[in-house]
Design a protein around this ligand. Structure first.
Ligand SMILES: [Zn+2]
Ligand SMILES: [Zn+2]
Length: 217
């Protein structure tokens, strides 16, 4: 397959042919239709992430079509269009069983612990726990943008901040994670104040459910 390969931290990566990924027994191989570019990819490229081994293929925000299914997978078949929350939780440990898959100590991450989605194909572990079906009518580009930002915002809002009905929540900065935090907090019943210097970001925050939008200037 073709992939974007980092051979040396901080040096321009190269697109070249590399071996196709092997399908994990409890996972799938996905043909990538779209992949996001995230600040975390920059950190991986710069060598800031101890999980990354060279040569490396980045990319953890993806959507695509299942082309191979491991023998232990029950819920997925070839042809399914899927995305992932980027953290591939094991689904079986005590942390996962209490609903904290995002901090599963046995998690893997495409684009960090293993090769990611800046490639034609990507292998994804623990498919039955982590794959999310992309509904008809949602483009792969839109779907690929959802996992990392919503998984991050969801845990921040619902676990760390423990937001409940009637709480006041201020979201400072309405990019991908911020807009997701607005949606999650509004869905949790909070009164949401969204702050961003960009008129377009404030309009998006209003659409995402913010009750008040403010220009910090
Ligand atoms: Zn990301
Ligand atoms: Zn786990």
């Amino acid at each position: 397959m073709r992939a974007l390969v980092v051979d040396e931290f901080g040096v321009l990566p190269q697109v070249r042919d590399v071996p196709d990924p092997a399908c994990p027994p409890d996972g799938v191989v996905v043909r990538v239709a779209a992949t996001g570019v995230c600040r975390s990819d920059w950190h991986a490229w710069q060598g800031h992430d101890d999980d990354v081994r060279l040569p490396h293929v980045p990319g953890h925000e993806l959507a695509g079509t299942v082309v191979e299914v491991g023998p232990d997978v029950r819920g997925w078949r070839t042809g399914d269009v899927v995305t992932v929350p980027f953290v591939m939780a094991c689904g079986a440990c005590a942390t996962c069983r209490t609903g904290d898959q995002q901090v599963c100590p046995h998690q893997t991450q495409p684009g960090f612990t293993q090769w990611g989605s800046f490639a034609e194909l990507v292998a994804l572990d623990h498919a039955d726990t982590n794959l999310v079906r992309v509904p008809d009518g949602l483009s792969p580009v839109a779907a690929a943008a959802l996992g990392c930002r919503f998984a991050t915002a969801y845990r921040a809002v619902t676990v760390h901040a423990a937001v409940r009905t009637g709480h006041e929540v201020a979201v400072l900065g309405c990019g991908g994670v911020g807009l997701s935090a607005v949606m999650v907090a509004a869905a949790a019943g909070a009164h949401v104040v969204a702050v961003d210097p960009s008129p377009a970001a404030r309009a998006a925050a209003r659409d995402a459910g913010a009750h008040v939008v403010l220009d910090p200037g």
